[in-house]
Ligand binder design. Structure first.
Ligand SMILES: NC(=O)c1ccc[n+]([C@@H]2O[C@H](COP(=O)([O-])OP(=O)(O)OC[C@H]3O[C@@H](n4cnc5c(N)ncnc54)[C@H](O)[C@@H]3O)[C@@H](O)[C@H]2O)c1
Length: 276
């Protein structure tokens, strides 16, 4: 019960990683306000929580919505924890074809939203003596090949924003950290392509099959894997941890596939046939 008596905000809490994290925080004693544009999903999560989760329709590209979400949790007794997590795939365009508008839309959704989340949480946390903020970055912040360019740059921005905010806010006893999920089976892959209903279930099944073999740990990544790391970073167990990130990716960023998969071709295995 690391969050007994605490209030938390989770953006993107209607689905996937945000939903799992909201439920985890409630399991550990918190009262949670989730903000999302998915009203049906948000209400569904709230209804399963015995009144411990409250849903507020929140578009994180609208700063006024973010401010209202933080204020709602604060008004109930003070804001302790914020998980800036809402997101989607953003523009899939390559760097040699993306429009300025698509670039800006992606940054607003994935990077400005986190900056404004911190901006509007920090004064409330400062007023009550401190708090903990966790931001969702991605392994796409660390390497190529994990996501489109605009998304990856936004997530890299989230990581640096995390360190800068941690530095600025430590004097107010506010810790700021990030989590870098690897390949986690959620609706993010299908929603960006407009796939829903039965087709979404089929596509998600296929994704889970691929995800199980994408990294050294041979199972699909689950939203609950990320929720566990977020709960740690947001809790007093991490009271000496700030300005950093935890990568939760089943080892996918360890290195090239042949370094962990004996069946994957490599120059070294190819050379074996020449050795006497
Ligand atoms: N699933 C992965 O493999 C993975 C990997 C790395 C990072 N992430 C990040 O994790 C976060 C959560 O994604 P997920 O995988 O749980 O996907 P998801 O689609 O299951 O959940 C994302 C949630 O964000 C909400 N959302 C989208 N745009 C919004 C907006 N403008 N305002 C408010 N809410 C909005 C969606 O409605 C949805 O409920 C995202 O930031 C994503 O970039 C996911």
């Amino acid at each position: 019960m690391r969050f007994a008596g605490k209030r938390a905000v989770v953006t993107g809490g209607a689905s996937g990683i945000g939903r799992a994290t909201a439920l985890r925080l409630v399991d550990e004693g918190a009262e949670v306000w989730i903000g999302d544009i998915d009203e049906a999903g948000g209400r569904d999560v709230a209804e399963t929580s015995n009144g411990r989760i409250h849903f507020l329709r929140t578009d994180v590209t609208r700063t006024g919505d973010i401010e209202a979400l933080m204020a709602a949790a604060d008004a109930a007794g003070g804001l302790d924890v914020v998980f800036n997590n809402a997101g989607a795939g953003g523009s899939r365009a390559r760097i040699d074809e993306i429009s300025a508008e698509d670039w800006d839309r992606t940054q607003a959704l994935l990077l400005r939203s986190v900056a404004m989340g911190i901006r509007h949480a920090a004064p409330l946390m400062t007023a009550r003596g401190g708090g903990a903020i966790v931001n969702t970055a991605s392994i796409a912040a660390l390497q190529t090949g994990a996501a489109p360019t605009a998304y990856s740059v936004a997530k890299a921005g989230v990581l640096h924003l995390t360190t800068l905010a941690a530095a600025e806010l430590s004097r107010h006893n506010i810790r700021v950290n990030a989590v870098c999920p690897g390949f986690i089976t959620t609706n993010i892959f299908t929603s960006g392509l407009g796939i829903d209903g039965e087709k979404r279930d089929q596509a998600n099944g296929m994704i889970a099959g691929i995800a199980a073999h994408a990294q050294p740990i041979q199972r699909a990544g689950r939203p609950e894997d990320i929720a566990a790391a977020v709960a740690y970073l947001a809790s007093d167990d991490a009271s000496f941890v700030t300005g950093t990130h935890i990568t939760v990716d089943g080892g996918i960023t360890i290195g090239p596939r042949h370094s962990w998969d004996a069946a994957a071709p490599s120059m070294f295995s190819a050379l074996e046939s020449f050795a006497s």
